[in-house]
Design a protein around this ligand. Structure first.
Ligand SMILES: NC(=O)c1ccc[n+]([C@@H]2O[C@H](COP(=O)([O-])OP(=O)(O)OC[C@H]3O[C@@H](n4cnc5c(N)ncnc54)[C@H](OP(=O)(O)O)[C@@H]3O)[C@@H](O)[C@H]2O)c1
Length: 209
């Protein structure tokens, strides 16, 4: 698959590294694709990963992953341009300063992204897993679960396959509106990691027979 990872931070580069190692073609969409920092990141990853400006990075992409801070999500989507019918995996979390949710209960970041990216097929996913675990490693001998939600069946299928390839246990969590539940869950994971000092080596798991 051709994947555009929007954002050259922990999530964007973590996914670029993991998916490119599996043979996918990954472009990192960046505000400064020619900067020394991004050039060093890209050459450090290897595997044919390249960097491009936001709009060009998505030109040939089958899947676009949004991996920017919440405060930059709308501007990034606007800079990309028309996203109708495109598959977007929204990995963002609508966090405000002080480890709080910026929005929630009656809407969610996932729904807001779908509104900004009019006509796109948005799947909320990968928002509750620490970027340091994107190599899909197991914890306690078991896969980490990645709940995903979205309204487009085909987009969810594509996201499921890509995320499962990373080594995760994908859990279909229904419609995009359920981002309202997945985003607070991300906050809980971060608070456990940071405030309770459990560190990066924690993951969410749905145990079932
Ligand atoms: N870190 C995690 O463990 C984790 C896990 C799951 C989900 N998330 C979510 O995923 C998203 C990305 O997280 P991250 O940890 O990868 O973030 P990050 O390390 O801070 O990187 C975000 C990237 O977004 C781009 N960006 C675009 N506009 C920006 C702006 N105004 N300010 C700063 N960066 C901007 C930057 O790339 P360019 O400079 O190249 O444009 C930057 O490198 C967030 O919404 C976060 O809540 C994070």
């Amino acid at each position: 698959m051709r994947i555009a990872a929007i954002g050259s931070g922990s999530v964007g580069t973590g996914l670029a590294k993991a998916w490119s190692a599996l043979g996918h073609t990954v472009v990192i969409g960046s505000r400064s694709p020619e900067s020394e920092r991004v050039a060093a990141l890209v050459s450090g990853i290897g595997n044919g990963v390249t960097a491009a400006g936001l709009a060009s990075s998505v030109a040939d992409a089958d899947v676009i992953v949004l991996a920017v801070p919440w405060g930059a999500a709308e501007a990034s989507i606007t800079a990309i341009g028309d996203l109708s019918n495109r598959v977007i995996i929204d990995a963002t979390n609508p966090f405000a300063r002080g480890l709080k949710l910026d929005i929630g209960h009656t809407t969610s970041g996932g729904e807001q992204v779908a509104e900004w990216a009019a006509g796109a097929r948005v799947v909320k996913a990968l928002n509750i897993v620490d970027a340091r675990l994107l190599d899909g490693r197991k914890l306690d001998g078991r896969q980490i679960s990645i709940p995903i939600c979205g309204d487009d069946v085909e987009a969810k299928k594509i996201a499921t396959e890509l995320i499962a390839e990373l080594g995760f246990d994908v859990v279909d969590s229904g419609v995009l509106e359920n981002s309202r539940l997945l985003e607070p869950l991300a906050l809980l994971m971060i608070r456990l990691s940071m405030k309770k000092s459990l560190g990066a080596e924690i993951g969410f798991r749905v145990s079932r027979d």
